[in-house]
Write a protein that binds this ligand. Sequence first.
Ligand code: GRF
Length: 202
Amino acid sequence: MTHRIGVLLSGRGSNFEALADSVSAGRIPNAELSIVVSNKPNAPGLERAAARNIPTRAIPSKGLEREVYDRQVAAVLREYNVDLVCLAGYMRLLSPFFVAAFPQRILNIHPSLLPSFPGLESQKQALDYGVKFAGCTVHFVDENLDAGPIILQAVVPVLDSDDEHTLSARILKEEHRIYTQAVKIVLEGNYKIAGRRVLDSV
Ligand code: GRF
């Protein structure tokens, strides 16, 4: 069976591209990227998807109540028979309706070691706080911001010479690596969720 992945994004789409590369290279077996949806019609990620001949859909959210909007997105994902939703720089909170529509089938990548530094500008938050290690997290998504059981994390050092740009670049490299790994784990189904913990099922 081929798993059908839908990607939601709002921006440049480097995590989307990392997933697309991994699918093409067989690092995520038995899968295809079926549709890329953006709330921002000008998101560079949409162009990147189109360049790979992956179907795209821009669904502007302006003026729409959250659930009304999410119903439109869910309908498109259903149209493409998506069975895993990957958020990749998608700058919107999901409604309870959307979360319930894809139970434990929505993943997000966040550029911090959650639960530290949720929300925006996580890398700047990490630098300002003065932590010595930063990183990224792939987690299941619920209705709360950057919450939900953690599938994988990766740690990077914070160097004295770092600014937001250099730290973000070091984290981004790890984001691309662990997002692929996490998608593979979830699609293969070799895990169980115990409370907040995602454990090997073997
Ligand atoms: C990434 O840092 C991701 O962790 C965060 O938003 C950024 C999106 O970057 N959620 P890109 O669009 O995937 O390049």
